[in-house]
Write a protein that binds this ligand. Structure first.
Ligand SMILES: O=C(O)CCC(=O)C(=O)O
Length: 288
């Protein structure tokens, strides 16, 4: 198993980035967005973060503060980060060849001073630890660096190449490599990659904005229809609404009322195709 993390600069070929995720399980996209965007998102989220609680156990992190519902709470996140072209291209490539995919959850993760290392795990274990075949990816995660990520302040520990390892691996944290990256960078990794938050030995708070994406027929981590109910999302781009699950999947998943498109709950005055099969919006995020 290699220990090298593939790093790409802004403007790199998206097809090469996606291939690197498939080959290694992860990539770091260096300084993908300007600091102003990151600062604006942090300003919008500050009141919510300050009202959030520290974790309840060692996995959540007793010195780690988690704040959810980022799509609902930050317009700048919605406009600039949620559907960044690099994420959409890589998601189409890593997940979209199997089935339509969608956003699964969003969370601001603040690793405070004295937070010990989190145990290394696979995000896809959320699906009852099901042993998906190697190479069959169900999830693609992202971590926006809202501050610099360093080995000292708790940069995510990753095991490059571990996306094809056994499902019952219980790696020691010492086997993880810190995904060091500067503020505005993005770590993308598959749900099959072993990783975990690092230890923060500094006096600063490490802040990351975590994203999970999953195949459309899997339960999402966040309940978007509660966090972003129809009356709240009127006027948001259709593409974003579809990305958070205001769409159908396959021939009959996610229908509204009488086999209707869930966008009809947002826009009762608009006409949408209804019925099974016709609501299948194809592979990839797009279509329909
Ligand atoms: O905060 C991090 O660096 C990773 C967190 C993580 O993997 C998790 O909480 O599941």
């Amino acid at each position: 198993m290699t220990t090298a993390i593939p790093v790409f600069e802004r403007g790199a070929e998206l097809a090469e980035i996606a291939q690197a995720i498939k080959d290694n399980g992860l990539v770091v996209l260096s300084q993908l967005v300007e600091h102003e965007v990151i600062d604006e998102v942090l300003t919008e989220l500050r009141p919510y973060a300050e009202a959030s609680e520290f974790g309840q156990n060692s996995f959540e992190g007793v010195k780690t503060r988690r704040t959810g519902a980022i799509i609902a709470r930050s317009a700048t996140f919605r406009d600039h980060l949620a559907m960044h072209p690099a994420i959409m291209h890589c998601g189409d490539s890593v997940l979209g060849s199997t089935a339509p995919w969608k956003l699964s959850s969003t969370e601001l993760i603040e690793v405070h001073p004295n937070q010990p290392t989190q145990s290394l795990h696979r995000d896809q274990w959320k699906y009852n630890y099901f042993d998906f075949p190697a190479g069959f990816e169900t999830e693609m995660a992202g971590m926006w660096a809202m501050t610099d990520f360093t080995s000292a302040n708790g940069a995510t520990l990753v095991m490059p190449g571990s996306h094809t390892a056994a499902n019952d691996l219980r790696p020691d944290a010492s086997e993880g490599v810190p995904a060091e990256m500067s503020k505005g960078s993005l770590l993308l990794y598959t749900g099959s990659l072993y990783h975990g938050a690092g230890q923060n030995t500094t006096t600063d708070v490490r802040i990351g904005l975590s994203l999970q994406h999953c195949l459309g027929w899997l339960q999402s981590g966040e309940h978007f229809h509660l966090n972003c109910p129809p009356e709240r999302v009127r006027g948001w781009p259709d593409e974003l609404l579809r990305f958070i699950g205001y769409r159908t999947f396959g021939d009959s998943l996610g229908v509204y009322r009488d086999s209707e498109n869930p966008l009809a709950a947002v826009y009762p005055e608009r006409e949408f195709a209804r019925g099974w099969m016709v609501t299948d919006e194809g592979k990839g995020m797009g279509g329909g």
